[in-house]
Structures are given as C-alpha cells and as structure tokens.
Design a protein around this ligand. Structure first.
Ligand SMILES: Nc1ncnc2c1ncn2[C@@H]1O[C@H](COP(=O)(O)OP(=O)(O)OP(=O)(O)O)[C@@H](O)[C@H]1O
Length: 299
C-alpha cells in the first residue's frame, strides 16, 4: 500500500471537490493507496500540516487552486522533502495545471495521479518565499490582489484597467533597477511578471516563445510606463493581441534577477498577496519539485 496525504482546500473555486471526493478516494483505494484526507481550515494550513507530518507519506495529493498548490509546494520545500505531488485542480482558473497538461476534470486528474509520470519541475524563490508559476507586481496588484476575480484574469483585467485610464497621471508607475545576467535595466514600469507557465490568468502568454518548466529559466515581462496616450494605446493593443511589443515591453529569460525600487512595491505570488518589498531577489530552482503530469501532452 502507498501512504498518501490528500490535502484539499474545501473552499477552492466553487467547492466542487466535494462532489468528486468519494469517487476519487475509491479510485485511490482500488490502486493500493491508503489515503489520509486533510481539509485545510485557513490560510497557510497546507504548509503547516506538511511541515508537521509530510515526511510520513510517499505521495502528497493537493486539491485546490493555485494558492493551495503554492502552499503544498512551500510545505514540501520547507520540510526539505522531495515527495511527489499529485494535483487535482479545483480553483477558478488553474493556470499552472493547464500549463502542465493536468486535466481540469477532477476524475481525469485523479487518474493521472494513479497513472501519470513523475516530472521534475522548476520552482521560484522570491526572497524567503516560494512561488510555483508567477510573481507579479504592478497596475492590478495594488488594487486587486484581495479581490479574487481580478487576479484570476490578470492580463484581461490589466487591459481593462488600462482602457479605463483617462489620464496618464493616474497610472501608478515604479522606478525600478532590474539586474539580470550582465544587464541592468533602469526605467519606470507599470507592470511586471516573472513566470514559469504558459497560461497566466487563463490567458496563453508569450506567443511564439517556447516555455519549458524544467529549463531553469523564467520568462520575464516588464511593461514600461507609457509617455503619452498613443503609447498607452500601443501597449493595450499588444496586450489584446497577446504580443510582445519591444518598444514598450522588456522580455527576457533568466535564472536569476534582482529588482530594486526606492518605494515599496506590492507583489503577488501565485495569485495571493506576496508582501511589500523594496528589493527582491528572484531565483529559479531548477527541477526542485516532482509533480505527476501527462507526459504525452507537449505544451
Ligand atoms: N478552509 C479555508 N477557508 C478559507 N481559506 C482557505 C481555507 N483553506 C485554505 N484557504 C486559503 O485559500 C487560499 C486560496 O485558495 P485556492 O487558490 O486553493 O482557491 P481559489 O482562490 O478559489 O482558486 P484559484 O486561485 O485557482 O482561483 C489559499 O491560499 C489558502 O491559504
């Protein structure tokens, strides 16, 4: 029998996990899993339970949205485990699952946990925290990291906010010094995201860019402060077309970067509030976690 810890957030998304739970547990038992179910009760609960008892299990199954997956990964890394993770997406957008080819239908995802292959996946370290697929700051984060709907449709929401900007003086920008590899970029930016994902906010990002989850590299996109309404329109157009406009956007891949600012910048990590920071060091830990995924799907 395989000892399995099943950490589930009963509140994720529309709480649909409860309809599938019996069938999932039955499938697990039929496949020789002996499963302990832990329903999270509050924020950070998944981290704590894994730190406490995670080492007793051979597999940790996570059901929830991106926030719960982030906590499960954090718990595993804090406890210095390398236990494989099975993921049953139950959030509203499930960006990361989409990127990895993990089905959104819960029973299909559960079957993948039984039959899927182990995949070593990169993870982000953000100062002292971890993130699974996105660290971001900017236009939307200050106002809306606490209103779930907005962070879940990040790019669309950003385009919507930008569209509503009547005067450029109302647009919040951050003067940043960004250092990566041998390059230093100093400018005013309205938004930035450091990702390890194809899908962000339910939106397929980086058209034409090959995104890999085990290459040790992040995709970094920074949007400059527009200098006039025409530039703002060009940025909007690029966002809507899912394009990288080099005149107003910086795009690069890197394994490590630092971002300095004179003022505190509000960050979001995997869609949850990531704190206010003046300096952040973001590092890619290559192949740091093991996740069960469908290897036939080339994303
Ligand atoms: N019982 C609970 N009640 C309230 N919040 C919880 C509970 N259990 C866990 N949480 C917190 O809820 C946060 C958000 O959960 P999660 O990301 O799983 O769902 P979601 O926000 O509905 O999904 P998505 O991010 O895909 O939209 C988690 O980061 C976790 O800290």
């Amino acid at each position: 029998m395989k000892k399995v810890l099943f950490v589930m957030n009963p509140k994720s998304g529309k709480a649909t996990i409860k309809n599938a739970l019996f069938e999932i547990l039955d499938l697990f038992t039929k496949n020789n899993f002996i499963t302990t179910v832990y329903a999270t009760q509050k924020s950070k609960d998944a981290i704590e339970i894994i730190e406490k008892v995670g080492e007793e299990y051979e597999l940790i199954v996570c059901s929830g949205g991106d926030g719960t997956l982030d906590e499960v990964v954090t718990g595993i890394l804090n406890a210095k485990l390398n236990t494989p993770i099975g993921y049953i997406p139950a959030g509203s957008t499930n960006d990361f699952a989409k990127s990895l080819g993990i089905p959104s239908r819960k029973m299909e995802a559960a079957k993948l946990i039984v039959h899927g292959k182990e995949f070593q996946c990169d993870i982000g370290v953000f100062n002292q925290s971890y993130f699974v697929y996105i660290a971001a700051f900017g236009i939307f984060t200050d106002v809306s990291y606490s209103t779930p709907q907005s962070t879940k449709n990040l790019i669309g929401h950003m385009a919507y906010l930008l569209e509503g900007v009547k005067s450029l003086s109302l647009l919040q920008s951050y003067h940043l010094i960004v250092e990566h590899d041998e390059e230093v970029i100093e400018d005013d930016f309205i938004f930035g995201m450091i990702t390890n994902s194809i899908s962000v906010g339910g939106f397929k990002s980086f058209r034409g860019q090959k995104v890999q989850f085990d290459d040790g590299l992040f995709e970094v996109l920074l949007i400059r402060m527009p200098k006039n309404p025409l530039e703002l329109q060009s940025i909007l157009g690029a966002l809507i077309l899912n394009d990288i406009n080099k005149d107003y956007m910086c795009f690069f891949k890197t394994s490590e970067l630092t971002i300095h600012s004179e003022q505190e910048v509000s960050w979001t990590l995997d869609g949850e509030f990531g704190g206010l920071h003046k300096t952040v060091l973001i590092q890619n830990k290559q192949k740091e976690i093991t996740i069960l995924r469908n290897m036939d799907l080339h994303t």
